[in-house]
Design a protein around this ligand. Structure first.
Ligand code: FE2
Length: 239
């Protein structure tokens, strides 16, 4: 990541880290490793608390956030304020989609207040919309057109080919993809995933190892928060 940050002249880097702990959740140690490698903010998702030791860490952290629409009683927060390399403040909002994921609160109920809160600090706002359904992610990008800098989807592990800047100046991508082993069924050893689907039998999933690739998205914007470009990033990694 440090080399990629230099190559792409990245001022701020956000990583969705919810699968960092062997596919499910994240630990404090792994969060620290990702931050040390060059991430400014880590977002999470439906697997936030799979490793419960992350809960007290989230309460203390300003840089690792979880979806804002989890339980009101859950540890952590859903909005982070970071400083880009050039000194411009950047707000990052993390929300969970409601289709197929059934969060305690709908993202549409909270998003206006979160954007308003972020706007009090900066016009540069990135929303990580962690969702299963393309329709919901496209709808959120359309709803936030001109209100935020970027609406980037995560969760499906499959990078979509719809990177765009919407008419109001919002970068949008339905899914940023997966950094991990792509010779797999979204990260799981293919034979195990297929066996589970074919037989319906409980199957212990194991993380695959081949075809490791970094995937993401590069957004350019002005200090006014308007996006000017949105491009896919894809790199094969030698491990
Ligand atoms: Fe997820």
């Amino acid at each position: 990541m440090p080399g990629l940050r230099e190559e792409l002249e990245v001022d701020l880097c956000v990583v969705n880290g919810e699968n960092a702990a062997d596919g499910l959740g994240i630990t404090p140690r792994l969060a620290e490793v990702i931050l040390a490698s060059g991430a400014d903010v880590i977002t999470l998702g439906n697997h936030t608390f799979r490793r419960p030791e992350i809960a007290p860490y989230l309460d203390e952290s300003d840089r690792v956030i979880r979806p804002a629409n989890l339980s009101n009683n859950a540890s952590g927060k859903g909005l982070a304020l970071a400083e880009s390399r050039g000194g411009t403040p950047v707000a990052v909002i993390n929300l969970l989609g409601q289709l197929f994921l059934a969060p305690p609160h709908g993202p549409w109920e909270l998003v206006d207040d979160l954007v308003e809160e972020a706007r009090r600090s900066t016009p540069v706002i990135l929303v990580d919309f962690h969702g299963e359904a393309t329709s919901e992610k496209v709808a959120m990008a359309a709803y936030l057109d001109g209100k935020v800098t970027a609406v980037l989807g995560t969760h499906t592990h499959v990078q979509t080919n719809d990177a765009r800047v919407t008419p109001g100046g919002t970068a949008a991508l339905t899914d940023a993809g997966m950094t991990g082993p792509h010779d797999s069924v979204i990260g799981v050893i293919s034979e195990l995933a297929i066996k589970h689907m074919r037989t319906g039998m409980p199957t212990r999933f194991k993380t695959a190892s081949g075809g490791v690739r970094l995937e993401g998205c590069l957004v350019e914007c002005g200090e006014d928060g308007r996006a000017t470009s949105c491009e896919l990033v894809r790199r094969a990694l030698e491990l």
